[in-house]
Write a protein that binds this ligand. Structure first.
Ligand SMILES: Cc1cc2nc3c(=O)[nH]c(=O)nc-3n(C[C@H](O)[C@H](O)[C@H](O)COP(=O)(O)OP(=O)(O)OC[C@H]3O[C@@H](n4cnc5c(N)ncnc54)[C@H](O)[C@@H]3O)c2cc1C
Ligand code: SF4
Length: 330
């Protein structure tokens, strides 16, 4: 592991100044992803600026009835927060479905959003990988891709985004707030992650050197009836092979509003807009749920060894929507 310097920041201007102070530096949240990648030689920063001492560790209501989540709130604190559990239950469920208790105690919201893919070629520095070394190739297309993308991929990279939390945030129209030396900015999560295209090494539209300061959840009454369901190869401590965050508002047996996002299917959390459109105004029954899933997955383009994900995701969407509709009917 390459030697590196370690510095702590205690306010936002101080963190930006430390990052900007010369040698190749990176912000450090809980370190649960970055430090692993440094040990593997994938990341080689000369300096780490620890942001856990910043005053960004609160979950607070916003004036319009949403929530503002600070970037250094730990995954454990986020999942346990009473307002998150009450107003956005799928978000609490998604966070609890990720990693382990010890990891969630360390991991931060900012770090979770920026965690890197778990593609085995990306973390093996002896292999080519367009995401790690642009232009070197993508061995996953012809090789091991069982857990790779079925939507929105390109021939340059077929990896999926690993975050559970980001899937629920995407369903609820979350907005990422950040600070740079030039001032603050905001990015809806659907624009924060960029399509993979021919630049898989460029994963977000966050300006270079920006510090994520928080995530804003707009008010969403529909989110109070929401669920996150994750399928993985073992019961805990494993990444998703498919996941769904969904919220449903049903009145008189008809869907008034639906929110849906999918995980482990694309290089970014996948907002299922075609399914949402198909659901709005439809009867809240199995036939409509299957039709909505099919509308979304019509764009799926699986690889030879991950076609199972199309059926898995379809079944997951139908099961989650059915559960929410049954709850609404009680
Ligand atoms: C064994 C294991 C199992 C896991 N299972 C799951 C799982 O099932 N589901 C899941 O979603 N995740 C899982 N994870 C991933 C885990 O959730 C992430 O490692 C964690 O959320 C990253 O947060 P962190 O604060 O530790 O980030 P760090 O490792 O500290 O940082 C990650 C990246 O974010 C950057 N960064 C951090 N904070 C900021 C900021 N405020 N502004 C700008 N940049 C910042 C860092 O520079 C770095 O590039 C697992 C991890 C492990 C090790
Ligand atoms: S899928 Fe992406 S991360 Fe994996 S080897 Fe190909 S380029 Fe690298």
């Amino acid at each position: 592991m390459k030697e590196f310097a370690y510095q702590r920041a205690f306010d936002v201007p101080g963190a930006l100044a430390l990052l900007d102070a010369g040698s190749d530096a990176r912000f450090l949240g809980g370190g649960t992803n970055l430090v692993d990648l440094m040990k593997a030689g994938v990341e080689r920063p000369a300096r780490l600026v620890d942001v856990r001492g910043l005053p960004l560790n609160r979950v607070e209501p916003t004036a319009d009835g949403g929530l503002r989540i600070g970037a250094t709130v730990t995954n454990s604190d986020l999942a346990a927060h009473p307002e998150v559990r009450r107003r956005y239950p799928a978000l609490a469920q998604a966070v609890l479905a990720g990693a382990s208790g010890q990891l969630r105690n360390m991991a931060t919201v900012g770090g979770n959003l920026l965690q890197r893919t778990r593609c085995g070629y990306f973390t093996d520095v002896t292999r080519p990988c367009n995401k790690r070394v642009p232009g070197s190739g993508c061995p996953a297309v012809e090789g091991e891709h069982r857990n790779h993308a079925i939507l929105g991929a390109s021939g340059h990279c077929v990896a999926v985004h690993p975050s559970d939390m980001a899937v629920a945030l995407t369903a609820f129209d979350a907005v990422v707030s950040y600070e740079t030396a030039d001032g603050p900015g905001e990015l809806p999560l659907t624009e924060f992650y960029v399509p993979v295209g021919d630049t898989p090494h460029r994963e977000t539209s966050l300006p270079r050197g920006a510090l994520i300061t928080g995530v804003i959840l707009p008010p969403a009454p529909v989110a109070a009836r929401s669920r996150y369901r994750k399928v993985r190869e073992r019961a805990s401590y494993a990444f998703a092979i498919g996941s769904v965050a969904a919220a449903l508002d049903v009145e008189g047996g008809v869907v008034r509003e639906a929110r849906l996002a999918l995980g482990a299917v694309a290089s970014r959390p996948w907002r299922a807009r075609a399914a949402e459109r198909a659901l709005t105004g439809a009867r809240a029954d199995g036939e409509a749920f299957a039709a909505a899933a099919d509308a979304e997955l019509a764009a799926a383009n699986p690889l030879p060894r991950n076609a199972y994900k199309v059926a898995l995701t379809r079944n997951l969407m139908v099961a989650v929507l059915t559960g929410l509709a049954e709850e609404a009917a009680r």
